[in-house]
Ligand binder design. Structure first.
Ligand SMILES: Nc1ncnc2c1ncn2[C@@H]1O[C@H](COP(=O)(O)OP(=O)(O)OP(=O)(O)O)[C@@H](O)[C@H]1O
Ligand SMILES: [Mg+2]
Length: 454
């Protein structure tokens, strides 16, 4: 997100409306850096994201009529569904939350209130908006902090010359290690807990004195001795809190959630009722689906910041659906997830590319980890080919767990080096086809062994 340093009201208004303006092909290109294959799924989420931006340019009242088209991602385990969500959240530049649908069946009968998703999303938006606004006021807060520190340094009655002298010294960072005493506000961490029997409702735990102090505008302060460089940060933080308009922050956050919010519901297949003779668990699962309906359709959720309308929030649901089928979902819920994308199984070639091409591939991760011990891992191309081949074999013979198989294989492959790396500093180890064959080849071929080890 580009933040305008210039803090005119016009810019702030613009800021309130910013969201990613990446084009669909740019979004796909960004996802491609981390995820191999699944071009259809990437396209679908890219279009959905772009449509939100398009909708914002449409004048009212037609804009209000345009509702997001929610997405259902269907694909076997370990092919990158959650990964797409994770990467998308960084791109979206919009309030984003990922929840597991099963979370709502766990506690009690229907479990946690699904409306909590929107409350949590709102919390995320508020803290993001706060951070964004803090950036806008950073310069101002810094210069206020410097003036305050200078006051403490030279005292109130100092002559103009002395003040100037110290100011120069501060500006040239000569006093960074000098200690001063400052007063900092103590924020009592307010805790909250669920009210038993009323899932989702929360009450904050505040002591009576906190409530009184807040009502009277009294904040507890504490004296601390810190270096000037620390004081700069602490005081600037306090000053920026003062500069931020709290009401506007909340208004902006509500706008962001209502207009740009994205909710990713993972493991949605796990809340399908499995059979006709409904057990208690099935009823609970179906209950979660029923609870989700109004949320996805558009309803109002009360939060501590005010009421949030969910009409324009984009919902992306995803699930493996290897036991149940999308048609096992409540018909109403199916209807509310009109865009279906299927993610196919990953091939041996995909595994190769996942290891070779992705920006934070497993091979790069292990290489970086072992570099810390001074051991250099040299993955050769034929070595990586072999790993991909092994992964495909074990997935076929034992169980298809997608790219997660690469994790188990690479972990096993490097077990010995990982264990002894501290004594092998300076060594370089070639991970070639032979090495892979020697370390895990026998495990991959023997079905019984691979069942337990890989
Ligand atoms: N297509 C892919 N490209 C790159 N990495 C991938 C791909 N698919 C999976 N991975 C990697 O495999 C691991 C598991 O992927 P992920 O968590 O996205 O699976 P999933 O599809 O959500 O599976 P599940 O249905 O079990 O939740 C992650 O570490 C991810 O980075
Ligand atoms: Mg997942």
């Amino acid at each position: 997100m580009k933040i305008d340093k210039n803090n005119s009201s016009q810019n702030q208004c613009k800021d309130r409306r910013t969201m990613t303006s990446l084009t669909p092909s740019q979004i796909v290109a960004e996802l491609d850096r981390f995820i191999i294959g699944h071009s259809e799924a990437k396209k679908a989420v890219a279009i959905a994201l772009r449509n939100r931006w398009r909708r914002q340019q449409v004048p009212s009242p037609l804009r209000e009529e345009i509702l997001p088209k929610n997405i259902l991602m269907i694909g076997p385990t370990g092919v990158g569904k959650t990964e797409i969500a994770r990467r998308l959240s960084r791109l979206a530049d919009a309030p984003f939350i990922k929840v597991e649908a099963t979370k709502f069946t766990e506690v009690g009968y229907v479990g946690r209130d699904v409306e909590q998703i929107i409350r949590d999303l709102m919390e995320i938006a508020v803290s993001e908006t706060k951070e964004r606004n803090k950036l806008l006021f950073r310069k101002q807060a810094q210069s206020r902090a410097e003036a305050k520190i200078l006051d403490i340094l030279v005292g109130e009655n100092a002559s103009v010359e002395t003040r100037e002298k110290f100011k120069k010294m501060m500006e040239s960072n000569q006093l960074e290690d000098k200690e001063i005493e400052i007063e900092v506000t103590e924020h009592a961490a307010s805790q909250s807990f669920d009210i038993p029997g009323m899932p989702g409702s929360q009450i904050g735990m505040l002591s009576l004195s906190d409530v009184m102090n807040n009502a009277l505008g009294i904040n507890k302060t504490k004296k601390r001795t810190v270096t000037i460089s620390e004081a700069r940060q602490l005081v600037a933080k306090e000053e920026s809190e003062k500069l931020i308009d709290k009401d506007k922050t909340v208004r902006d956050a509500i706008y962001a959630v209502e207009q740009n919010g994205i909710v990713f519901i993972d493991e949605i297949d796990k809340i399908c009722a499995k059979n006709a003779s409904r057990s208690g668990a099935d009823i609970s699962r179906e209950g979660v689906q029923r609870d989700l309906l109004p949320l996805i359709e558009g309803c109002s959720v009360t939060t501590k910041y005010g009421t949030i309308k969910t009409d324009y929030i984009l919902f992306i649901a995803s699930g493996a659906f290897h036991v149940s089928k999308p048609s096992d979902l409540l018909p109403e819920l199916q209807g509310r997830l009109p865009i279906r994308v299927e993610l196919g199984n990953l091939s041996e070639d995909d595994f190769f590319r996942i290891l070779m091409e992705t920006e934070s591939s497993l091979t790069k991760q292990y290489d970086a980890l072992l570099k810390i011990e001074g051991v250099n891992l040299d993955f050769t191309e034929d070595g990586i080919k072999k790993i991909a081949e092994m992964a495909a074999i074990v997935n076929q013979n034992v169980e298809n767990i997608g790219a997660r198989r690469l994790h188990t294989i690479v972990e096993k492959l490097l077990e010995e080096i990982s264990f002894t790396a501290d004594q092998r500093s300076g060594e370089s180890v070639a991970i070639n086809a032979k090495y892979v064959e020697d370390k895990v080849g026998h495990l991959a071929i023997h079905k019984d062994l691979s069942k337990f080890i890989l």
